[in-house]
Design a protein around this ligand. Structure first.
Ligand SMILES: *Cc1c(COP(=O)(O)O)cnc(C)c1O
Length: 368
């Protein structure tokens, strides 16, 4: 029978913790606490403790978390927000939602993260914040970015959607800036069984305001202090995430072990790997490689039964949606090169040793 290695296999993970998950779901349904409520509060407490911040505010998804972060920081019309050119679109949308302008910065050609050396030339009087993204689960150069945010009095927002549990110089990401946002989209390292996200903060007044904003501005039933949103987290998602949080470190450990095998044993002159600076302990949400003819490699791996992904094929500044921002091809050569040549190979804790072996051998067999 032909081997088939899926890009992601969420069912395997579910089956490995089925009893606990089913029990947690039954409990929420038994209590009928579906929207917000004690399971959400419990998860907020546990997740804040995990990341190392004072507060976590559970919300509807990672995109909404970024939007609420912009609101609570007071970002608005006329402001500029610096974001990496290589990230998922939601990072940049956050600025646009509040009438601010996303200003892109190219990535470093080795780490593929936002290049701190290219940030300062983009800072203007209108710049209010930098949204750094720990892309693919690898922390960006936080110290260098913080030097810039301190010097110019900017906020630092960490988009941790791909980096639950990743360490920068031994400390968990999500605790460095004024605000951090997480996504619990099902495919993320810590994934819900539907939509969910969180905002992590140390500032008590931000925490209080975010709790209001996500719940119609309500201070108590039918009393509204301001115009808010419905961005609550579901009780079911909170209970599921609560179970999965206990396994996150082990799952990340397994991802690191698989990545270590890839890094050590992928030996093919046609393939370039992302550089891992020694001060990071990434969590490998994705394992991305670069090659001259990406589509050919993708096709080749498919014939070997290996599914792959592309993160991301079109950089944000060249998206149709960003036309009015006036960017052109050639503006961000590193991000554009990545978009053309990157390929994500399967990496998830449930991959077997044999599957890891198959992936390594297939990539080493590839010829341009
Ligand atoms: C997934 C993701 C988001 C958005 O999260 P959702 O929960 O899907 O809204 C934002 N930023 C990055 C970098 C992401 O990977």
């Amino acid at each position: 029978m032909k081997t088939k290695i899926k890009f992601l296999d969420l069912k395997r993970q579910y089956l490995s913790i089925k009893n606990e998950i089913d029990e947690a779901i039954d409990k929420v349904i038994g209590d009928s606490t579906y929207s917000g409520g004690p399971y959400v509060e419990q998860f907020e407490e546990n997740f804040a403790k995990y990341v190392g911040t004072k507060y976590a505010v559970g919300v509807s998804n990672g995109t909404d978390a970024l939007h609420l972060a912009m609101i609570v920081l007071g970002v608005g019309k006329g402001d500029e927000i610096i974001v990496p050119a290589n990230t998922f679109v939601a990072t940049a949308w956050a600025a646009s939602y509040v009438g601010a302008k996303p200003v892109f910065v190219d990535c470093d050609s080795n780490t593929w993260q936002i290049d701190p050396k290219k940030i300062e030339e983009k800072v203007t009087k209108k710049t209010k914040a930098i949204i750094g993204v720990h892309l693919y689960g690898q922390p960006f150069g936080i110290d260098e970015v913080i030097k810039i945010t301190n010097k110019h009095k900017l906020f630092l927002v960490e988009d941790c959607a791909q980096a639950h549990g990743a360490l920068y110089k031994g400390k968990k990401v999500g605790s460095f800036g004024q605000i951090a946002t997480f996504s619990f989209y099902p495919s993320k390292n810590l994934g819900a069984y539907g939509e969910a996200g969180a905002i992590l903060i140390n500032n008590p007044s931000y925490a209080k305001r975010l709790q209001l904003l996500k719940n119609q501005g309500s201070i108590k039933k039918y009393e509204h202090a301001e115009i808010g949103f419905n961005r609550r987290m579901d009780g079911l998602q909170a209970a599921i995430l609560g179970v999965k949080l206990k396994y996150l470190d082990n799952w990340n450990k397994r991802r690191r072990a698989i990545a270590a095998a890839f890094i050590k044993r992928i030996k093919n002159a046609a393939i370039t790997l992302q550089k891992q600076p020694e001060w990071t302990s990434p969590v490998f949400h994705l394992f991305v490689v670069k090659t001259a003819n990406r589509d050919k490699l993708k096709k080749f791996l498919r014939t070997k039964g290996i599914e792959t992904g592309i993160h991301y094929p079109i950089p944000i500044h060249l998206q149709k949606a960003c036309k009015s921002l006036g960017y052109r091809e050639g503006d961000f050569p590193v991000a554009e090169d990545l978009a053309k040549h990157c390929l994500s190979i399967p990496i998830y804790p449930e991959l077997t040793e044999r599957e890891v072996e198959t992936i390594i051998n297939a990539i080493n067999d590839y010829e341009i």
